[in-house]
Design a protein around this ligand. Structure first.
Ligand code: MRU
Length: 348
């Protein structure tokens, strides 16, 4: 039985993050004692993946509060605001980060024992994320026929979340139910989350998988009888448009052309209902060096111009199902998403 993969660990008075930049060669945890170091870890991809970034930010606020001596509400407010701002500036697209910071703001505004309550918030967000991923896994697995080949992109696994994963959570649950014959994983240039992280997670769980270059996706869909593309999300707009790792939109277009279904697995805190459509989602532009260089060496002619958007937006009409911890939104649109949120808000 595979062991749990733990990307984020709270150690009583400090945070530990599994350095995902070193995987799969080296499994090394780094210790964090202050917010600015955590913001830097998010920015530099020590920790990545939308839910994992949100959980990490919540722990970073608990760290910020630990350093404060006073118990006065106005002191809390002014002392913690810079930490909130610093974390908010770390990466722009994954809305789970801003969702977690908003929850921390509510705790600070409510006052009381803010130090204890911020830590409790982080632990609760972390615990709930894992439980929600297991629910997403079950709902998503129910959509998949026995013995299916599926395709995934980037890493939406345990490493990208509190544990278990969203897209890989669906694949894990479906595999246990005998529904997955084989997983194809796109390598995901330039950070190679598919090659380094998804293949590592799937092999760790003994789920049969094969890696491919991103450009092979249409060939694989045609040749390997792929039933579903299954991906995570960084931010979902109110109309069902989904921002996810660059290349996801390509896959959705090819999938529609090839008659392959397209599933997005994400918790409800990945939705941004203030974004009317995907056009309102900020897309992170990362350093061109990430694609012009490999380790210390230059791949391209010196000064080669390069553009490095980290995410793209897949429009809702290309998506067959969005799976959350509350169920499945088939052929998502604005009305169905509003109804999904209304139904679970009523039940709380
Ligand atoms: O740049 P990254 O590695 O943080 O991007 C991650 C992704 O795009 C994932 O597919 C997405 O966050 C879903 S994670 C469950």
């Amino acid at each position: 039985m595979p062991t749990e993969i733990e990307p984020i660990r709270w150690r009583g008075d400090h945070l530990e993050l599994l350095d995902q930049r070193l995987l799969p060669d080296v499994e090394m945890y780094r210790a964090y004692h202050d917010t600015s170091a955590v913001a830097d870890a998010i920015r530099t991809m020590v920790v990545r993946g939308a839910p994992a970034i949100g959980i990490t930010a919540a722990y970073a606020m608990a760290l910020a509060a630990q350093h404060l001596k006073s118990n006065e509400a106005d002191v809390w407010h002014s002392a913690l605001e810079p930490a909130l701002q610093q974390l908010a500036a770390s990466r722009p697209t994954a809305v789970n980060l801003f969702w977690a910071l908003d929850r921390a703001r509510e705790v600070i505004a409510a006052g009381g024992d803010v130090r204890a309550r911020l830590l409790d918030l982080a632990l609760t967000i972390h615990r709930n994320d894992i439980a929600n991923n297991r629910r997403i896994g079950d709902f998503g697995a129910a959509l998949i026929e026995a013995n299916s080949n599926v395709y995934t992109h980037c890493n939406a696994g345990a490493l990208a979340t509190g544990g278990y994963g969203t897209a890989l959570g669906v694949i894990r649950s479906a595999f246990r139910g005998g529904k997955i014959a084989h997983v194809y994983a796109g390598e995901t240039r330039p950070w190679l989350q598919g090659a380094r992280l998804t293949s590592w997670e799937l092999m760790h769980d003994n789920i049969p998988c094969t890696l491919n270059v991103d450009g092979a996706a249409s060939w694989i869909m045609q040749q390997k009888n792929i039933r579903w593309i299954i991906v995570g999300a960084d931010r979902i707009a109110a109309n069902g448009d989904v921002a996810n790792k660059i290349g996801t939109h390509n896959l959705a277009i090819i999938a529609r052309h090839c008659g392959v279904r397209f599933m997005v697995a994400a918790p409800t805190n990945t939705f941004d209902l203030t974004a009317a459509t995907g056009a309102a989602i900020p897309i992170e532009q990362r350093d061109a060096n990430e694609i012009t260089h490999w380790q210390q060496g230059e791949l391209t002619p010196p000064n080669c111009a390069a553009i490095n958007p980290a995410f793209d937006v897949t429009t809702a009409e290309l998506i067959d199902a969005i799976v959350t911890e509350h169920g499945v939104i088939e052929q998502p649109n604005r009305e169905k998403i509003a109804a999904h949120f209304a139904a679970f808000n009523r039940s709380h």
